[in-house]
Design a protein around this ligand. Structure first.
Ligand SMILES: NC(=O)c1ccc[n+]([C@@H]2O[C@H](COP(=O)([O-])OP(=O)(O)OC[C@H]3O[C@@H](n4cnc5c(N)ncnc54)[C@H](O)[C@@H]3O)[C@@H](O)[C@H]2O)c1
Ligand SMILES: O=C(O)C(=O)C[C@@H](O)[C@H](O)[C@H](O)COP(=O)(O)O
Ligand SMILES: [Zn+2]
Length: 363
């Protein structure tokens, strides 16, 4: 695979490369190019990723730093919270990390969100880089600077916008990723296509067998396209004042399901169910036809994402959607689809409409 690089750029504010690689060996070079040398580094990782990749990454980082510490926390969404951030701060203080120091997020979206938040707040903000190792983190969470943690079961309730200085992905890390985690990444990928690129959505659905069999050429193209789309949205609207809310397609219901299932369903799985709910509502509004609705359900099901979730009371899900941060002056910001590959923000969705789409995925 040849190295390809994308640049997230927004003049005056931030710019950073996104590197698509198949090993870690060019990491030091990528860091040098960004001036990320001779700094104290803390690698932040979790209990699954650490044993697999930490030593390989540390070996490369030794080329740009002689002071490297490691903070490892127990894997899982249940640890994306302020307690873990507090333990991270303690490690940073013990190891004397200062304002010029650098955090390295090595792992999936949980590690990335938590490390980014630690970096945004420690000493009022230090630099960090993302080394995403899940498909979901490679196509979505490592790009764009949304960082944060859950608070008392509320998703991403505490956080900050803090852009990384570099995103470096080694796509071969996907070979060790469990299948259900791979499926989670597909949830965000299908979402991305549905937002603004119908051709891409259909390509991903069509190539389902090869993608699931880890055809790296297809995967590299798919990951790159998602990053391209996300980088474009983030450049235009870094702090979600408008267009960026589209990236929340499937998340209004998805986040509510994630919370009510007590994080036993994974984020990407909840996004899959949320996409089906959003598609149903769009069909009821006459924006999608029955065939398109079925196409979206099939796309999710083919990638082993749940299109139905057991054990939830629809009224509870509706109530939970109102506690998410997408409420604006009493109205929920809901993302609807206007055909496959086109979405828009709508603030007129009624409780009855919400309930009907929630019932569709829960009853
Ligand atoms: N900031 C954003 O823009 C954004 C976007 C999407 C999702 N998110 C957040 O990301 C989180 C979900 O991220 P995720 O799906 O990556 O979950 P995750 O970070 O929990 O990773 C999933 C699991 O896979 C393991 N793992 C990671 N890489 C591996 C590898 N290469 N081989 C084997 N095991 C590996 C992890 O240890 C974990 O158990 C959620 O908290 C979600 O809210 C944030
Ligand atoms: O980057 C964004 O913007 C997104 O909305 C991407 C989502 O996939 C992601 O799950 C994000 O963390 C959700 O943000 P939130 O503000 O709704 O918590
Ligand atoms: Zn998401």
């Amino acid at each position: 695979m040849t190295e390809t690089k994308l640049l997230v750029k927004r003049e005056g504010d931030f710019h950073y490369p996104i590197c698509f690689e198949e090993n870690f060996s060019n990491l030091a070079q990528a860091m040098r190019a960004e001036g990320l040398v001779d700094r104290k580094i803390c690698i932040v990782t979790d209990s699954n990723v650490g044993p697999l990749y930490e030593s390989a990454v540390e070996e490369v980082l030794r080329k740009v730093s002689s002071d490297i510490s490691v903070f490892t926390f127990e894997a899982g969404e249940k640890n994306k919270n302020l307690d873990t951030v507090s333990s991270l701060y303690q490690t940073l203080i013990q190891n004397g990390l200062d304002r010029k120091s650098l955090l390295v997020a090595l792992g999936g979206g949980v590690v990335g969100d938590l490390t980014g938040f630690g970096a945004a707040t420690y000493l009022r903000g230090i630099d960090f880089i993302q080394i995403p190792t899940t498909l979901l983190a490679q196509v979505d969470s490592s790009v764009g600077g949304k960082t944060g943690v859950d608070f008392q079961q509320y998703k991403n309730m505490v956080g900050a916008f803090h852009q990384p200085k570099l995103v470096y992905m080694n796509l071969s890390t996907l070979t060790t990723l469990p299948a259900e985690q791979f499926a989670c990444g597909m949830g965000e990928i299908l979402k991305t296509g549905l937002i603004c690129d119908g051709e891409f959505f259909r390509f991903v659905c069509r190539e389902q067998e090869s993608i699931k069999a880890l055809d790296m050429k297809l995967i590299a193209a798919m990951v790159r396209r998602c990053c391209e789309i996300k980088a474009g949205v983030v450049e235009r609207d870094p702090k979600e004042q408008g267009e960026r809310a589209l990236l929340n397609l499937g998340h209004t219901v998805g986040h509510a399901v994630e919370k009510l299932k007590n994080f036993t369903l994974l984020h990407g799985q909840c996004v899959g169910a949320g996409l089906v709910a959003a598609a149903y509502l769009s069909m009821k509004r006459g924006l999608l036809n029955e065939q398109e609705y079925q196409e979206i359900c099939r796309g999710c099901a083919d990638y082993d994402l749940p299109i139905h979730v057991d054990g939830l009371i629809p009224q509870d899900v509706l109530a939970a959607t109102k506690k998410d941060k997408k409420m604006e002056q009493g109205h929920i910001k809901f993302i609807l689809m206007d055909g496959i590959g086109k979405s828009f923000i709508d603030k007129t969705v009624t409780d009855a409409e919400m309930l009907s789409c929630i019932q569709e995925i829960t009853l």
